[in-house]
Design a binder for this molecule. Sequence first.
Ligand code: ATP
Ligand code: LTN
Length: 325
Amino acid sequence: MRVLSGIKPTGKLTLGNYIGALKNFAKYQNENEVFIFIADLHALTLPIDPEELRNNIKLITAFYLAAGLDPEKVTIFKQSDVSAHAELNCILQNYLYMGELNRMTQFKEKSQTMDNNAIGLGLFTYPVLMASDILLYEANKVPVGEDQVQHVEITRDLVNRFNNRYGKILVMPEPEIAKVGKRIMSLSEPTKKMSKSENDKGDIFLIDDLSVIRKKIMSAVTDSGSEIKVDIENKPGITNLLTIYAALKDISLEAAELEFKDARYGDFKKAVAETVINIIGPFQERARKVIESGEVDRVLNEGAIKAAKVANITLHKVQKAVGLK
Ligand code: ATP
Ligand code: LTN
């Protein structure tokens, strides 16, 4: 099986990114052919400072390695280093339509507060580039958080449309969503997704000091009542903390619920905070070491060469199918 995923280097990565995406990547690496990349071209779809972008790219690469990805087994690369992404994007943009792109939740959410004259085309055509990312590597599985599933679904529509017209050229991908933690919520507003570009006090950033992480969890919004149970409607805060705990311990939500059946909110929060800190602390330490070692550039350079070999084969197939070659 081929597995592919990526993260956009915008803003500071959150615990949501860790649980919904990062933490799941390494488990594929022993039995599959895995491609994990940094979606730097996608980062340009909203205004970003160049120096910040450069730093984010480095940091995410370090996070990939700190999360256990082994560059001997996994191809780790930067999207813009492999020009086939832009080339395939240019072809595939003709097979997705304005109406369907207009219905994408991410586009609606990101553009709704923007002035119409300031919405870049790239934000609108984001799913075309994402489809190109996935299809170039003939990925069968695409592990993502819940918010990205719609983009994988539109990629599937594109595959059907393209293959109906040209024959069996593109490989059908499938989204893979974490059983627990596909959508981690803000600690201060548990009905909102924890998101790296929103920056509020309810987001736990992977580079936060451990003392800050503890403070954020201890002051997480809960609800009146004293029961610790899963109830998204009436107890979104408690449900979110249970989800974080279960995801990090790799247990089911039911098992987490059972563990805290008779606990008080304060003790429960303390246990969640310790769990997060015991995982994120060593993770930060490993990332720091990677950055100091200068390994990042080497990994990305070697990754780009390996990725380009695979990507160019698919690009060539598509060029031939449509009549460019
Ligand atoms: P932005 O706020 O810049 O849109 P984001 O925090 O949503 O960023 P992405 O770069 O869009 O992050 O996502 C990277 C990966 O992390 C994707 O697979 C996404 O589904 C996953 N992810 C992001 N936020 C969460 C969350 N709160 N819970 C679970 N998974 C998440
Ligand atoms: N849109 C994703 C990043 C991304 C991606 C991909 C994920 C770009 N291309 C291909 C999986 C497969 C995000 O992190 N928001």
